[in-house]
Design a protein around this ligand. Sequence first.
Ligand code: F6R
Length: 240
Amino acid sequence: MRLITCENYDEMSKIAAYMVAGQIVLKPNCVLGFATGSTPEGMYAELANMHKSSYLDFAEVKTFNLDEYYPIDRANDQSYYYFMNHHLFSKVNLKPENVNLPNGAAKDAAAECVAYDKKIEDCGGIDLQILGIGNNGHIAFNEPGEELTAGTSMVTLTDDTIKANSRFFASEADVPKHALSSGMATIMKARQIIIMISGKNKNTPLKKLLSGKITCSVPATMLNMHPNVTIIADKDAING
Ligand code: F6R
């Protein structure tokens, strides 16, 4: 695992955006895996700027997001589709048919999850996966526990995650209790992974990730088994 240490959030966002842009330049029809949350917002803003000012071309790029709340309609302003549209999709020339998130309005959630993993495989797999990390060490919504799930599946969010995500909702009670989330194998099959880590409250999961120990109680530690992971972390996350 490589660790890139950044002064602050802005530098982390720029470096991650350069790496995504590099991937697009090297392989214009690449498959990108995206995350939502506060951590990648600055990176999406940088990518939108690169598209506008340097014509970074997303015309042939395909994207797959890690997760979506369930049940939720994509028009709901709390949906991850809405988030992605607001921060990136509406600002670059991605083709609507090339952007993918699990469908939070699917009637049959299990069938949706199987179809989502199949679609990723049919597209040739993810070239570059962007991840954030939860305060409890989750990646996507693979929450700490005795077991982890390999494929995309419906998950129950932990109280920790509901609390952390309540900042985006009117109240904690409004946070959906379930999500459709990429599984650990879905993530580990990506050819390259970047995990962005910012802020003092991420110091504990970052230290666990860097310890080299692997445990289901900190799902991100599984990344120690992947051959091509780059951690881009700011000093607040590193020093705590
Ligand atoms: C979001 C996701 C989550 C977040 C994590 C960190 O798609 O998969 O694992 O990356 O909860 O969220 P922030 O960046 O808001 O701290």
